[in-house]
Design a binder for this molecule. Structure first.
Ligand code: PLP
Length: 397
Protein backbone atom coordinates (compact mmCIF):
# COMPACT_ATOMS: atom_id res chain seq x y z
CA UNK A 1 0.00 0.00 0.00
CA UNK A 2 1.30 3.45 -0.91
CA UNK A 3 2.62 5.41 2.08
CA UNK A 4 1.87 8.81 0.56
CA UNK A 5 -1.72 9.70 -0.27
CA UNK A 6 -2.54 10.01 -3.96
CA UNK A 7 -3.62 13.60 -3.41
CA UNK A 8 -0.29 14.68 -1.97
CA UNK A 9 1.86 12.40 -4.10
CA UNK A 10 0.35 14.09 -7.16
CA UNK A 11 1.75 17.50 -6.19
CA UNK A 12 4.34 18.30 -8.84
CA UNK A 13 7.91 18.71 -7.75
CA UNK A 14 8.97 22.24 -8.51
CA UNK A 15 10.75 22.51 -11.86
CA UNK A 16 13.04 25.01 -10.20
CA UNK A 17 14.07 22.77 -7.36
CA UNK A 18 17.05 21.22 -9.14
CA UNK A 19 18.46 24.66 -10.05
CA UNK A 20 17.84 26.10 -6.59
CA UNK A 21 19.46 23.13 -4.89
CA UNK A 22 22.44 23.27 -7.21
CA UNK A 23 22.84 27.04 -6.75
CA UNK A 24 22.76 26.56 -2.96
CA UNK A 25 25.38 23.80 -3.17
CA UNK A 26 27.64 26.01 -5.30
CA UNK A 27 27.29 28.88 -2.83
CA UNK A 28 28.14 26.51 0.03
CA UNK A 29 31.38 25.72 -1.83
CA UNK A 30 32.17 29.44 -1.85
CA UNK A 31 31.25 30.04 -5.52
CA UNK A 32 29.57 33.40 -5.99
CA UNK A 33 26.33 32.64 -7.76
CA UNK A 34 24.07 35.56 -8.69
CA UNK A 35 20.46 34.55 -8.25
CA UNK A 36 17.67 35.90 -10.44
CA UNK A 37 15.21 33.52 -8.85
CA UNK A 38 14.05 35.67 -5.93
CA UNK A 39 10.31 36.05 -5.61
CA UNK A 40 10.65 38.65 -2.89
CA UNK A 41 11.83 42.22 -2.37
CA UNK A 42 15.45 42.45 -1.23
CA UNK A 43 14.70 45.41 1.09
CA UNK A 44 14.27 45.06 4.83
CA UNK A 45 10.76 45.60 6.22
CA UNK A 46 10.27 49.35 6.92
CA UNK A 47 11.27 50.32 10.47
CA UNK A 48 7.85 51.56 11.67
CA UNK A 49 6.36 48.14 10.85
CA UNK A 50 9.09 46.30 12.75
CA UNK A 51 8.54 48.68 15.65
CA UNK A 52 4.81 47.87 15.77
CA UNK A 53 5.66 44.17 15.97
CA UNK A 54 8.17 44.78 18.76
CA UNK A 55 5.53 46.60 20.77
CA UNK A 56 3.01 43.85 20.11
CA UNK A 57 5.41 41.28 21.58
CA UNK A 58 5.17 43.07 24.93
CA UNK A 59 1.38 43.04 24.97
CA UNK A 60 0.02 40.06 26.89
CA UNK A 61 -3.23 40.01 24.88
CA UNK A 62 -1.18 38.98 21.87
CA UNK A 63 0.35 36.01 23.68
CA UNK A 64 -2.78 33.95 23.29
CA UNK A 65 -5.24 32.71 20.66
CA UNK A 66 -7.19 35.42 18.90
CA UNK A 67 -10.19 35.00 16.54
CA UNK A 68 -9.15 32.66 13.72
CA UNK A 69 -10.40 34.93 10.87
CA UNK A 70 -8.01 37.64 12.09
CA UNK A 71 -7.64 40.48 14.58
CA UNK A 72 -10.80 42.61 14.27
CA UNK A 73 -8.72 45.79 13.91
CA UNK A 74 -6.70 44.27 11.06
CA UNK A 75 -9.83 43.05 9.23
CA UNK A 76 -11.20 46.61 9.55
CA UNK A 77 -7.92 48.09 8.31
CA UNK A 78 -7.78 45.74 5.32
CA UNK A 79 -11.36 46.68 4.40
CA UNK A 80 -10.41 50.38 4.63
CA UNK A 81 -7.21 49.82 2.67
CA UNK A 82 -9.13 47.99 -0.06
CA UNK A 83 -11.49 50.97 -0.43
CA UNK A 84 -8.50 53.35 -0.41
CA UNK A 85 -6.32 51.47 -2.91
CA UNK A 86 -8.84 49.74 -5.20
CA UNK A 87 -12.09 51.64 -4.68
CA UNK A 88 -13.73 48.35 -3.66
CA UNK A 89 -16.03 48.82 -0.64
CA UNK A 90 -16.20 45.74 1.60
CA UNK A 91 -17.13 45.03 5.21
CA UNK A 92 -14.53 43.80 7.69
CA UNK A 93 -16.55 40.56 7.90
CA UNK A 94 -15.68 39.92 4.24
CA UNK A 95 -11.95 39.82 5.06
CA UNK A 96 -10.20 36.64 6.20
CA UNK A 97 -6.61 37.09 7.40
CA UNK A 98 -4.44 34.18 6.20
CA UNK A 99 -0.86 32.94 6.43
CA UNK A 100 0.22 34.86 3.37
CA UNK A 101 -1.42 35.24 0.00
CA UNK A 102 -0.53 31.65 -0.82
CA UNK A 103 -2.70 30.37 2.01
CA UNK A 104 -5.51 32.62 0.74
CA UNK A 105 -5.24 30.92 -2.68
CA UNK A 106 -5.50 27.49 -1.05
CA UNK A 107 -8.43 28.55 1.15
CA UNK A 108 -10.26 30.09 -1.80
CA UNK A 109 -9.87 27.00 -3.98
CA UNK A 110 -10.86 24.65 -1.18
CA UNK A 111 -13.92 26.72 -0.31
CA UNK A 112 -15.64 27.20 -3.67
CA UNK A 113 -14.49 24.37 -5.96
CA UNK A 114 -15.83 20.83 -6.34
CA UNK A 115 -13.93 17.77 -7.54
CA UNK A 116 -14.01 17.66 -11.34
CA UNK A 117 -14.40 21.42 -11.76
CA UNK A 118 -12.26 23.05 -14.41
CA UNK A 119 -10.65 26.40 -13.72
CA UNK A 120 -9.24 28.62 -16.46
CA UNK A 121 -5.65 29.60 -15.81
CA UNK A 122 -4.01 32.20 -18.05
CA UNK A 123 -0.53 30.96 -18.95
CA UNK A 124 2.32 31.53 -18.21
CA UNK A 125 1.09 31.05 -14.64
CA UNK A 126 2.43 31.12 -11.11
CA UNK A 127 3.36 27.56 -10.08
CA UNK A 128 1.18 27.44 -6.98
CA UNK A 129 -2.16 27.84 -8.79
CA UNK A 130 -2.35 24.41 -10.49
CA UNK A 131 -1.36 22.69 -7.24
CA UNK A 132 -3.91 24.59 -5.15
CA UNK A 133 -6.55 23.67 -7.72
CA UNK A 134 -5.51 20.02 -7.78
CA UNK A 135 -5.64 19.77 -3.99
CA UNK A 136 -9.22 21.00 -4.19
CA UNK A 137 -9.91 18.22 -6.71
CA UNK A 138 -10.23 20.74 -9.54
CA UNK A 139 -8.29 20.88 -12.75
CA UNK A 140 -6.34 23.79 -14.21
CA UNK A 141 -7.10 24.51 -17.86
CA UNK A 142 -4.25 26.68 -19.14
CA UNK A 143 -5.29 29.55 -21.42
CA UNK A 144 -2.26 30.37 -23.55
CA UNK A 145 -1.03 33.90 -24.20
CA UNK A 146 1.91 35.08 -26.28
CA UNK A 147 4.73 37.57 -25.80
CA UNK A 148 3.30 39.51 -28.77
CA UNK A 149 0.05 39.98 -26.81
CA UNK A 150 2.06 41.18 -23.81
CA UNK A 151 1.17 37.86 -22.13
CA UNK A 152 -2.46 38.94 -21.66
CA UNK A 153 -5.34 36.64 -22.52
CA UNK A 154 -8.40 37.96 -24.34
CA UNK A 155 -12.02 36.89 -24.43
CA UNK A 156 -11.48 34.81 -27.59
CA UNK A 157 -8.81 32.74 -25.81
CA UNK A 158 -11.06 32.28 -22.78
CA UNK A 159 -13.95 31.24 -25.05
CA UNK A 160 -11.77 28.56 -26.63
CA UNK A 161 -10.89 27.12 -23.22
CA UNK A 162 -14.30 27.20 -21.57
CA UNK A 163 -16.36 23.99 -21.25
CA UNK A 164 -19.47 22.81 -19.43
CA UNK A 165 -17.24 21.88 -16.52
CA UNK A 166 -15.67 25.34 -16.17
CA UNK A 167 -16.34 26.65 -12.68
CA UNK A 168 -13.90 29.52 -12.42
CA UNK A 169 -10.98 31.62 -13.54
CA UNK A 170 -7.79 32.61 -11.76
CA UNK A 171 -6.73 36.11 -12.74
CA UNK A 172 -3.57 37.98 -11.76
CA UNK A 173 -2.46 41.48 -12.73
CA UNK A 174 0.36 42.50 -12.33
CA UNK A 175 1.49 39.00 -13.12
CA UNK A 176 4.09 36.64 -11.80
CA UNK A 177 5.97 35.42 -13.88
CA UNK A 178 5.45 37.74 -16.87
CA UNK A 179 5.23 41.22 -15.33
CA UNK A 180 2.20 41.95 -17.51
CA UNK A 181 -0.46 44.45 -16.38
CA UNK A 182 -3.97 44.42 -17.85
CA UNK A 183 -5.54 47.77 -18.70
CA UNK A 184 -8.89 48.62 -17.07
CA UNK A 185 -11.00 47.91 -20.16
CA UNK A 186 -9.57 44.40 -20.56
CA UNK A 187 -10.12 43.59 -16.87
CA UNK A 188 -13.67 44.87 -17.17
CA UNK A 189 -14.33 42.77 -20.28
CA UNK A 190 -12.96 39.62 -18.62
CA UNK A 191 -14.91 40.29 -15.42
CA UNK A 192 -18.17 40.82 -17.34
CA UNK A 193 -17.55 37.67 -19.37
CA UNK A 194 -17.03 35.64 -16.17
CA UNK A 195 -20.06 37.19 -14.46
CA UNK A 196 -22.30 36.38 -17.44
CA UNK A 197 -21.26 32.74 -17.21
CA UNK A 198 -21.65 32.57 -13.44
CA UNK A 199 -17.97 31.66 -12.97
CA UNK A 200 -15.99 32.17 -9.81
CA UNK A 201 -13.06 34.53 -10.20
CA UNK A 202 -10.10 34.33 -7.86
CA UNK A 203 -8.20 37.55 -8.54
CA UNK A 204 -4.71 37.83 -7.14
CA UNK A 205 -3.78 41.44 -6.35
CA UNK A 206 -0.56 40.81 -4.45
CA UNK A 207 1.50 43.04 -6.80
CA UNK A 208 -1.07 45.88 -6.90
CA UNK A 209 1.42 48.59 -5.91
CA UNK A 210 4.19 47.49 -8.26
CA UNK A 211 3.13 49.03 -11.58
CA UNK A 212 5.38 51.25 -13.68
CA UNK A 213 5.25 53.89 -16.38
CA UNK A 214 1.72 54.63 -17.59
CA UNK A 215 0.30 51.44 -16.14
CA UNK A 216 -2.28 51.60 -13.39
CA UNK A 217 -3.64 48.86 -11.17
CA UNK A 218 -7.35 48.04 -11.30
CA UNK A 219 -9.33 45.64 -9.17
CA UNK A 220 -11.77 43.45 -11.08
CA UNK A 221 -14.65 43.49 -8.55
CA UNK A 222 -14.42 47.30 -8.33
CA UNK A 223 -14.75 47.55 -12.12
CA UNK A 224 -17.43 44.86 -12.39
CA UNK A 225 -19.84 45.12 -9.44
CA UNK A 226 -22.03 42.30 -10.79
CA UNK A 227 -19.08 39.94 -10.24
CA UNK A 228 -18.69 40.73 -6.54
CA UNK A 229 -20.92 37.89 -5.38
CA UNK A 230 -18.63 35.37 -7.15
CA UNK A 231 -15.27 37.03 -6.70
CA UNK A 232 -12.49 36.32 -4.23
CA UNK A 233 -9.63 38.80 -3.96
CA UNK A 234 -6.25 37.48 -2.81
CA UNK A 235 -3.76 39.96 -1.40
CA UNK A 236 -1.21 40.46 1.36
CA UNK A 237 1.67 42.50 2.71
CA UNK A 238 4.53 40.36 1.35
CA UNK A 239 5.45 42.21 -1.83
CA UNK A 240 4.24 45.75 -1.10
CA UNK A 241 5.98 46.12 2.26
CA UNK A 242 8.90 43.69 1.88
CA UNK A 243 7.27 41.36 4.42
CA UNK A 244 7.50 37.91 2.82
CA UNK A 245 8.80 36.34 6.04
CA UNK A 246 6.00 37.68 8.23
CA UNK A 247 3.35 35.54 6.51
CA UNK A 248 0.29 37.76 6.42
CA UNK A 249 -2.17 37.78 3.56
CA UNK A 250 -5.93 37.85 3.18
CA UNK A 251 -8.85 36.85 1.06
CA UNK A 252 -11.86 39.06 0.51
CA UNK A 253 -15.09 37.54 -0.70
CA UNK A 254 -18.86 37.33 -0.31
CA UNK A 255 -19.86 36.90 3.38
CA UNK A 256 -20.95 33.25 3.07
CA UNK A 257 -17.68 32.28 1.36
CA UNK A 258 -15.56 34.07 3.94
CA UNK A 259 -17.54 32.47 6.78
CA UNK A 260 -16.98 29.02 5.28
CA UNK A 261 -13.27 29.68 4.63
CA UNK A 262 -12.88 30.96 8.20
CA UNK A 263 -14.45 27.74 9.42
CA UNK A 264 -11.92 25.75 7.36
CA UNK A 265 -9.07 27.87 8.68
CA UNK A 266 -10.23 27.51 12.30
CA UNK A 267 -9.59 23.76 12.01
CA UNK A 268 -6.25 24.03 10.22
CA UNK A 269 -4.03 26.99 11.03
CA UNK A 270 -6.25 29.03 13.43
CA UNK A 271 -5.20 32.63 13.82
CA UNK A 272 -2.16 34.02 12.04
CA UNK A 273 0.62 35.01 14.46
CA UNK A 274 -0.66 38.07 16.37
CA UNK A 275 2.73 39.75 16.18
CA UNK A 276 2.74 39.46 12.42
CA UNK A 277 -0.84 40.73 12.29
CA UNK A 278 0.14 43.78 14.38
CA UNK A 279 2.96 44.42 11.91
CA UNK A 280 0.55 44.09 8.97
CA UNK A 281 -1.81 46.56 10.65
CA UNK A 282 0.99 49.13 10.82
CA UNK A 283 1.86 48.35 7.20
CA UNK A 284 -1.57 48.82 5.65
CA UNK A 285 -2.71 51.73 7.81
CA UNK A 286 0.58 53.55 8.49
CA UNK A 287 2.83 55.79 6.41
CA UNK A 288 2.93 54.57 2.79
CA UNK A 289 6.09 56.47 1.77
CA UNK A 290 8.26 53.33 1.72
CA UNK A 291 5.98 51.77 -0.89
CA UNK A 292 6.78 54.55 -3.37
CA UNK A 293 10.50 54.35 -2.54
CA UNK A 294 10.68 50.62 -3.21
CA UNK A 295 8.62 50.99 -6.37
CA UNK A 296 11.05 53.65 -7.67
CA UNK A 297 14.00 51.34 -7.00
CA UNK A 298 12.30 48.44 -8.80
CA UNK A 299 11.39 50.70 -11.70
CA UNK A 300 15.03 51.70 -12.15
CA UNK A 301 16.14 48.06 -12.10
CA UNK A 302 13.37 47.16 -14.51
CA UNK A 303 14.89 49.57 -17.04
CA UNK A 304 18.38 48.11 -16.59
CA UNK A 305 17.14 44.56 -16.85
CA UNK A 306 15.03 45.11 -19.94
CA UNK A 307 17.80 47.02 -21.70
CA UNK A 308 20.52 44.51 -20.89
CA UNK A 309 18.45 41.42 -21.67
CA UNK A 310 17.16 42.75 -24.96
CA UNK A 311 20.72 43.60 -26.05
CA UNK A 312 21.80 39.94 -25.85
CA UNK A 313 21.71 38.27 -29.28
CA UNK A 314 19.14 35.46 -29.16
CA UNK A 315 17.17 37.01 -26.29
CA UNK A 316 14.00 38.99 -26.78
CA UNK A 317 12.22 40.58 -23.88
CA UNK A 318 8.82 42.24 -23.64
CA UNK A 319 9.15 45.28 -21.39
CA UNK A 320 7.79 44.28 -17.98
CA UNK A 321 4.94 46.53 -16.80
CA UNK A 322 4.55 45.42 -13.19
CA UNK A 323 5.69 43.15 -10.33
CA UNK A 324 9.48 42.58 -10.34
CA UNK A 325 10.04 40.01 -13.07
CA UNK A 326 11.17 40.03 -16.67
CA UNK A 327 10.13 37.08 -18.81
CA UNK A 328 12.30 36.99 -21.92
CA UNK A 329 12.22 34.45 -24.71
CA UNK A 330 15.52 32.55 -24.74
CA UNK A 331 14.51 30.50 -27.77
CA UNK A 332 17.34 32.06 -29.79
CA UNK A 333 19.89 30.62 -27.36
CA UNK A 334 18.71 27.03 -27.75
CA UNK A 335 20.42 24.50 -30.02
CA UNK A 336 23.44 26.70 -30.63
CA UNK A 337 26.95 26.63 -29.15
CA UNK A 338 27.22 28.34 -25.77
CA UNK A 339 30.70 27.98 -24.30
CA UNK A 340 31.12 24.84 -26.37
CA UNK A 341 27.91 23.29 -25.06
CA UNK A 342 24.32 23.38 -26.25
CA UNK A 343 20.95 23.40 -24.53
CA UNK A 344 17.85 21.92 -26.15
CA UNK A 345 15.40 23.34 -23.58
CA UNK A 346 15.31 26.29 -21.21
CA UNK A 347 15.50 23.77 -18.38
CA UNK A 348 18.90 22.66 -19.74
CA UNK A 349 19.86 26.27 -20.45
CA UNK A 350 19.23 27.21 -16.82
CA UNK A 351 21.62 24.44 -15.71
CA UNK A 352 24.18 25.55 -18.28
CA UNK A 353 23.91 29.21 -17.18
CA UNK A 354 24.49 28.16 -13.60
CA UNK A 355 27.53 26.04 -14.38
CA UNK A 356 29.13 28.26 -17.02
CA UNK A 357 28.12 31.79 -15.97
CA UNK A 358 27.26 31.33 -12.28
CA UNK A 359 23.80 32.86 -12.64
CA UNK A 360 20.60 31.19 -11.46
CA UNK A 361 17.46 31.79 -13.53
CA UNK A 362 14.06 30.12 -13.40
CA UNK A 363 13.28 28.20 -16.60
CA UNK A 364 9.91 28.83 -18.24
CA UNK A 365 9.00 25.13 -17.86
CA UNK A 366 8.17 26.00 -14.24
CA UNK A 367 5.39 28.32 -15.43
CA UNK A 368 4.03 26.30 -18.34
CA UNK A 369 6.12 28.34 -20.81
CA UNK A 370 9.14 26.45 -22.21
CA UNK A 371 11.45 28.65 -24.27
CA UNK A 372 11.22 31.48 -21.73
CA UNK A 373 12.79 32.17 -18.35
CA UNK A 374 11.94 34.35 -15.40
CA UNK A 375 14.51 36.86 -14.22
CA UNK A 376 13.63 38.65 -10.99
CA UNK A 377 14.93 42.19 -10.61
CA UNK A 378 14.53 42.14 -6.85
CA UNK A 379 18.29 42.29 -6.31
CA UNK A 380 20.83 45.09 -5.94
CA UNK A 381 21.79 47.22 -8.96
CA UNK A 382 25.36 45.91 -8.80
CA UNK A 383 24.34 42.25 -8.70
CA UNK A 384 21.78 42.84 -11.42
CA UNK A 385 24.31 44.32 -13.81
CA UNK A 386 27.03 41.82 -12.94
CA UNK A 387 24.65 38.86 -13.31
CA UNK A 388 23.31 40.03 -16.66
CA UNK A 389 26.83 40.71 -17.93
CA UNK A 390 27.76 37.16 -16.99
CA UNK A 391 24.66 35.79 -18.68
CA UNK A 392 25.43 37.82 -21.82
CA UNK A 393 28.88 36.22 -22.11
CA UNK A 394 27.19 32.88 -22.73
CA UNK A 395 25.95 34.17 -26.06
CA UNK A 396 29.35 35.50 -27.17
CA UNK A 397 30.83 33.64 -30.12
N1 PLP B 1 0.47 35.46 -5.64
C1 PLP B 1 1.50 35.58 -6.46
C2 PLP B 1 1.23 35.84 -7.91
C3 PLP B 1 2.81 35.46 -5.98
O1 PLP B 1 3.84 35.61 -6.83
C4 PLP B 1 3.01 35.19 -4.62
C5 PLP B 1 4.37 34.98 -4.09
O2 PLP B 1 5.30 34.67 -4.79
C6 PLP B 1 1.89 35.09 -3.80
C7 PLP B 1 0.62 35.21 -4.33
C8 PLP B 1 1.94 34.76 -2.35
O3 PLP B 1 2.76 35.50 -1.57
P1 PLP B 1 2.71 35.32 0.01
O4 PLP B 1 2.21 33.96 0.32
O5 PLP B 1 4.11 35.55 0.46
O6 PLP B 1 1.76 36.38 0.52
Amino acid sequence: MARISQRVAAIAESATLAITTKAAAMRAEGIDVIGFGAGEPDFPTPAHIVEAATEACREARFHHYTPSPGLPELREAVAAKTKRDSGYAVEASQVLITNGGKHAVFNACATVLEPGDEVLLPAPYWVTYPEALALAGAEAVPVPSTAEQGFRVDIAALERAVSVRTAGLIFVSPSNPTGSVYPAEEIEAIGRWAAERGLWVITDEIYEHLVYGDNTFHSMPALVPELQDRCIVVNGVSKTYAMTGWRVGWMIGPPDVVRAAANLQSHSTSNVSNIAQAAALAAVSGDQASVAEMRAAFDHRRGTMHRMLDAIPGVSCVEPQGAFYAFPSLAGLLERPLRGRTAATTLELAALALEEARVAIVPGEAFGAPGFARFSYALSDEDLEEGLSRFATLAEE
